[in-house]
Design a protein around this ligand. Structure first.
Ligand SMILES: [Zn+2]
Length: 386
C-alpha cells in the first residue's frame, strides 16, 4: 500500500520514497513507491507530473488501489528516490479544482442541480450540470463564488465515521464506495473528493465563468481560476483594445460596431457580385453573333446561376461551344454550353480532353476541370470533334 502524502499535505512538492516495484510497460515503466505526493488522474483531473530521481514522471494512474508512476527510465527496486512535483502545474489545478467545488456547491444549493461532469486539464476546465442555467443566473453564481474567495474561507479535508457520514448533506458522485473523504469549504460546499485542494479560498484568487453551452439537457460551463483567469483577462483586454481601435468605437461597443461592419460588408459583397454578373453577361453578350470556333471565358464571378446564364448567352454567339470557368489554377469549375452541337453525346470527349468530372444535357454540361488555364485554352482553341 502506498502512503498517499497528497491526502494530508497538498503542498508537499518534494518527498523521499522507496521503490517497491518497477515494470516495463508500453511507453515507459510503471513504478510503485511506498509513499508518494503524486496525485493520480482521478475524477476528471489530470495526473501530476515531475521527476523521480533522474526519471521523468509522465503520468500517474491508480489501479486496484495501487498508484503507478509511469516514468521514462527504470528505477531499481529497493532504491531510495527523491520525488519532485511540477508544483506550478499542481497548484494551478488545486486553484481550479477548488474553484469548481465552490461553483458546484453554489449551483447545488441555489438550484438543486448536480455536477454530472468535470474535466480539468492544463488548457480548460469544464463543469456539466443537469439543469439549465441562464446568463443572468451564471452572473449571480460568479458573484457569490468570488465573494467566497474574498472571505478567505478555510478548506478542510477529513474522513468522517460512517454513522456521521449518513447524517451529512454532502455532494457525491454516484457509486461512492470505501472510506469517504469529505472536503468542506466554509459553509459554501461539502463534497466527497480525493484530490488535493488549496488550504483557504483566498488562494484561488479569482473565479471567472467564461462561457456556457446547453449540453445534454443541462449546461456545460467553461471556467478559469487563479493565474489562468488573469491570463485570460489580459489576453481579452489586449484583443478588445485592438478591436476597439480598429473599429474606432469604445470598448463596450465593439460587438455593435462589428455587426455594423458585417452588414456593410454583406451589402457591398452583394453589390459587387451583381456588378460582376452584369459585366460578365455584357462582355459575352457584346460579342458578334455566329462566330467560328469556341469561346472561353474565365470569370471572377462565382455565382453558378449567373455563369450558367452567361454560358448560354455566349453559346448563341458561336458555332462551337462557349465555356465559362471560375476557380483557381488546376481547380476550375466549368459551364460548357452550345446552341448548335448536341453536348450530351460529346461528354466522353470533354471527359477525356479536359479530365472533366460532371455531366449535363445537350445544351449545357458542367463539372470540375482539374487543369491549368493554358491547357484549357489550348483545348478550346481546337474545333470540337464529333
Ligand atoms: Zn475536489
Amino acid at each position: 500500500m502506498t502512503k498517499r502524502i497528497f491526502d494530508e499535505d497538498a503542498y508537499r512538492r518534494e518527498f523521499t520514497a522507496t521503490v517497491l516495484a518497477c515494470k516495463q510497460t508500453e511507453g515507459g515503466f510503471f513504478v510503485t513507491l511506498d509513499a508518494t505526493a503524486f496525485f493520480p488522474e482521478e475524477g476528471g483531473q489530470y495526473a501530476d507530473t515531475g521527476t523521480l530521481g533522474d526519471a521523468h514522471v509522465i503520468d500517474v494512474q491508480e489501479r486496484d488501489g495501487v498508484i503507478l508512476h509511469r516514468t521514462d527510465a527504470a528505477l531499481a527496486v529497493g532504491r531510495t528516490v527523491e520525488g519532485r512535483l511540477d508544483f506550478a502545474a499542481r497548484f494551478d489545478r488545486m486553484q481550479n479544482h477548488s474553484g469548481e467545488h465552490i461553483v458546484s456547491g453554489i449551483v447545488f444549493r441555489r438550484y438543486g442541480f448536480h455536477n454530472v461532469g468535470f474535466h480539468l486539464n492544463d488548457e480548460d476546465m469544464t463543469m456539466d450540470f443537469d439543469g439549465v442555467l441562464t446568463r443572468e443566473q451564471l452572473d449571480e453564481i460568479e458573484d457569490e463564488a468570488n465573494r467566497a474567495i474574498f472571505e478567505n474561507l478555510p478548506v478542510t479535508a477529513y474522513y468522517p465515521a460512517e454513522e456521521t457520514l449518513a447524517t451529512l448533506p454532502f455532494r457525491a458522485k454516484d457509486g461512492l464506495s470505501g472510506r469517504v473523504r469529505l472536503v468542506q469549504i466554509g459553509d459554501v460546499d461539502l463534497c466527497a473528493c480525493c484530490a488535493p485542494h488549496v488550504a483557504s479560498t483566498g488562494e484561488i484568487g479569482l473565479i471567472k465563468l467564461l462561457d456556457f453551452i446547453h449540453y445534454k439537457g443541462g449546461v456545460r460551463i467553461h471556467a478559469a481560476c487563479g493565474m489562468r483567469a488573469l491570463v485570460d483577462y489580459r489576453t481579452k483586454c489586449r484583443e478588445i483594445t485592438a478591436v476597439s481601435r480598429l473599429l474606432s468605437v469604445p470598448q463596450n461597443e465593439c460587438a455593435e460596431g462589428t455587426r455594423r461592419l458585417q452588414t456593410e460588408l454583406g451589402e457591398r459583397k452583394m453589390a459587387a457580385a451583381a456588378y460582376l454578373r452584369a459585366l460578365t453577361e455584357a462582355e459575352i453578350g457584346a460579342l458578334a453573333e455566329n462566330q467560328a470556333g469556341n469561346l472561353v471565358y474565365f470569370s471572377a464571378e462565382t455565382d453558378a446561376n449567373a455563369l450558367r446564364r452567361a454560358a448560354l448567352i455566349g453559346a448563341s454567339r458561336v458555332q462551337g461551344v462557349c465555356a465559362v470557368l471560375y476557380g483557381k489554377e488546376g481547380d476550375f469549375r466549368a459551364m460548357i454550353a452550345s446552341a448548335h452541337l448536341p453536348l450530351k453525346e460529346r461528354l466522353a470527349y470533354f471527359r477525356e480532353g479536359l479530365s472533366l468530372r460532371g455531366g449535363g444535357n445537350d445544351e449545357l454540361i458542367q463539372g470540375s476541370v482539374p487543369m491549368p488555364r493554358a491547357e484549357i485554352e489550348a483545348f478550346f482553341a481546337q474545333p470540337i470533334v464529333d
